[in-house]
Design a protein around this ligand. Structure first.
Ligand code: MG
Length: 310
């Protein structure tokens, strides 16, 4: 099932409504779960009570899809083109972003050594932007870089989760674009920390939707690529992840994972920063269109806007 957070045009709100993207109809339609009594109204309502809500949602979608072609459904259906998508989880309590988690990206980074445990940084929820957003270049950077990533969305709370039970805590997957200010990030890392270079406003587009885990039995065999203005910059497969998803969920559960928490699993090779001999032409510019794609999950598309001013 494809789950989205959305707002009907003109409506405002931080959390949006919960929608289900219906396939097999001429135009992609969004079932407004918030309009159906007994169904969760928002993504966080769903994730907070996943075990009770998800089967109910499945049953409702099945029934509505059966009625839909002939009409007669009481549920509110929106053409996808008539709504504004939000990030699938608009306000997660944590976004954990893996550092070097593809060997090829580690190799292109050269000065960075392999770690025998997962390494990551935290992002703030204010970084999130939806599919279709225009992301301005933040004022303090002139080295704005792209990183496509597969992201895991947590569906069940847990702490000290054993690896063999980790997948029971995964609600689904989405696409994550870890936009990075390299000229802030790399000096920060030399000082042994990383915050601003990965937390400038709007630098974490995510979406377009969440694909539930039942649709993707093996998340470790998915093509992953990033295009800038149609030119392929990154192309790999999630089979190359160094630390696999059960390990990541188990490891980061030491902090306690909550429903809606996001774990971005890291990016493959091909980022601008490590291009030889000169990375400059590869950094993002106003007007660039970035498409981050994970097979079976979706294509997250954003446009880069003008540089912001202080
Ligand atoms: Mg990254």
């Amino acid at each position: 099932m494809l789950l989205a957070s959305f707002l009907p045009r003109g409506e405002r709100g931080r959390h949006g409504r919960l929608g289900v993207v219906l396939a097999g109809v001429p135009e992609q339609l969004l079932l407004d779960a918030s309009s159906v009594s007994g169904l969760p109204a928002t993504m966080s309502d769903l994730l907070d009570n996943w075990d009770a809500h998800f089967p109910r949602l499945l049953a409702a979608v099945e029934e509505i899809s059966r009625k839909q072609p002939a009409g007669g459904s009481e549920a509110l259906l929106w053409p996808l083109s008539d709504v504004t998508l939000l990030p699938p989880v608009p306000r997660p309590t944590k976004i954990v972003c893996m550092g070097f988690n593809y060997a090829e990206h580690l190799e292109e980074g050269e000065t960075f050594a392999a770690s025998n445990f997962p390494t990551a940084f935290l992002r703030s929820a204010t970084c999130l932007r939806p599919h279709g957003a225009r992301v301005p270049i933040p004022a303090p950077t002139s080295q704005f870089d792209y990183e496509v990533e597969l992201a895991v969305v947590v569906g069940r709370e847990g702490k000290y989760i054993p690896e063999e039970r980790a997948m029971e805590h995964v609600a689904g997957y989405t696409v994550f674009l870890d936009l990075s200010a390299r000229d802030i990030q790399l000096p920060e890392m030399k000082q042994g920390m990383l915050l601003l270079g990965k937390n400038l406003d709007g630098t974490a587009p995510c979406g377009p939707w969440l694909v539930t885990a039942d649709e993707i039995p093996d998340p470790h065999g998915l093509g992953i690529r990033c295009r800038v203005n149609g030119e392929e910059r990154q192309a790999s497969n999630t089979s190359h992840l160094i630390f696999k998803i059960p390990k990541l969920v188990s490891y980061w559960s030491q902090m306690r994972l909550e429903p809606g928490d996001i774990i971005a699993t890291g990016t493959p090779a091909g980022v601008a920063a490590f291009r030889k001999p000169d990375p400059t032409p590869f950094y993002l510019k106003p007007g660039d269109v970035v498409e981050a794609e994970v097979e079976r999950v979706g294509v997250l598309r954003v446009e880069i806007g003008e540089r912001e001013r202080w």
